[in-house]
Design a protein around this ligand. Structure first.
Ligand SMILES: Cc1cc2nc3c(=O)[nH]c(=O)nc-3n(C[C@H](O)[C@H](O)[C@H](O)COP(=O)(O)OP(=O)(O)OC[C@H]3O[C@@H](n4cnc5c(N)ncnc54)[C@H](O)[C@@H]3O)c2cc1C
Length: 363
């Protein structure tokens, strides 16, 4: 794709900011990346996320347009990871959905929703109902603990922290990129297109963009990372739960991400006792080996979310592109958002975004 811009200032070095910086630099553009925090991404939702890439599972709470973006991204991630400076754990071993007997009604409702998604988005691999024997074959360490479940083939996950670190290493070695840490910026700090200024400003500040995009809200999520040498799971496991979908996502090195609460609040205070008890009890109920796990981290972050819970590309003024509202699907849809944003920068509009039903908003 040939770009008309030669330079860009990118605000926010979370998920979208790092991806945009790498893509623009790769396309020959001079990039200045400004981040309010440090290179550790401590203020980014991307650092806390479980980074599951589960379009069908997420269709329980997401419309078909987001599911399609997720399906597109599953094929696109390996291409994006391939040129990075360091390897990033990525797998497509599917998602296992389980439930306890008392949650059967909720599980039946979920199965109906997923079946309906399957008809709306036929490119998805069909879900499979699995019995105790099939569950034990997929996840031997779960034995015969669950009588039934759903298996969603082809769904994926990646290691979010390895991705952020690898993107950082990629940007650090690129002479076209200048990284500015502890550098809080807003689009109004720039006059894009003027002499001595970047050609474009790309705003990827997540919730940090709220002062200029007031419809944004935070949706609080609490997540626990444990080290559990006694537990072996091949793929993310979701547990049907009446209030929010719980999951256990296995990462390299016997690390497990257990999450996530979903609370309509932008409160970033530490995790509550109730949430911590619920998450850990759920994990223990799935596998008793979590009893001896060591708690590595209990973290809270807020998902940057727009009123319709859908992602958006917005051009609030000429030469300023805002990418936001990635909500709880940031990793799942980031490649689609990235490719759509690159189309906007190359040709002023995005057929890809349109194909996902996402209009580029001029304001
Ligand atoms: C608990 C939890 C679990 C999640 N699990 C998943 C999952 O399993 N799968 C999935 O696909 N998604 C998941 N997500 C969602 C995903 O993390 C987000 O959608 C994604 O990180 C949003 O990316 P972003 O780049 O827009 O924002 P962020 O990743 O939040 O990055 C924004 C960056 O901008 C910086 N910034 C803010 N203000 C300024 C400023 N004024 N100047 C400069 N820099 C600034 C911030 O410090 C931050 O580094 C989860 C999120 C949470 C909170």
């Amino acid at each position: 794709m040939s770009l008309s811009l030669r330079s860009a200032a990118i605000l926010g070095a979370g998920l979208m900011g790092r991806l945009m910086a790498a893509a623009l630099a790769q396309a020959g553009c001079k990039v200045d990346l400004f981040e309010a925090g440090s290179s550790e991404a401590e203020g980014a939702a991307a650092r806390v996320a479980a980074a599951m890439l589960a379009p069908l599972a997420e269709s329980a709470v997401a419309p078909a347009s987001v599911v399609r973006m997720g399906q597109y991204a599953l094929a696109r991630w390996p291409e994006l990871l391939e040129p990075l400076a360091q390897p990033v754990f990525f797998q497509r071993e599917g998602t296992l959905v389980l439930w306890h007997r008392q949650d059967t009604a909720e599980a039946t409702r979920l199965a109906r929703v997923l079946a309906n998604t399957g008809t709306q988005v036929p490119e998805l691999a069909p879900m499979q109902s699995v019995d105790a024997g099939a569950i034990a074959t997929l996840e031997p360490s779960l034995g015969q603990r669950f009588a039934q479940g759903l298996f969603l083939p082809g769904e994926g996950q990646l290691d979010n922290r390895a991705l952020l670190a690898s993107l950082l290493a990629t940007l650090e070695r690129d002479p076209r990129v200048t990284l500015h840490w502890q550098s809080l910026r807003t689009p109004s700090d720039f006059s894009p297109g003027k002499a001595g200024q970047p050609d474009w400003v790309i705003d990827c500040r997540g919730l940090g963009a709220r002062p200029q995009w007031q419809a944004l809200r935070g949706v609080r999520g609490e997540v626990i990372r444990v080290h559990a040498p006694e537990v072996s799971l091949q793929r993310p496991t979701r547990l049907v739960h009446p209030r929010y979908p719980l999951y256990i996502a296995p990462k390299p090195g016997n690390l497990f991400v257990i999450g996530a609460t979903e609370i309509e609040s932008d409160d970033m205070s530490p995790a509550s006792v109730r949430s911590t008890l619920e998450l850990l009890s759920a994990a223990y109920a799935v596998h008793s080996g979590f009893a001896e796990a060591r708690i590595v981290e209990i973290a809270t972050q807020c998902r940057p979310t727009l009123p319709d819970n859908l992602p958006a590309l917005r051009l609030p003024q000429p030469r300023v592109l805002q990418i936001n509202g990635l909500y709880r699907h940031g990793f799942m849809i980031a490649p689609a958002m990235l490719d759509a944003a690159m189309e906007v920068l190359a040709q002023g509009h995005s057929p890809l975004a349109k194909s996902f039903g996402m209009e580029t908003q001029d304001t």
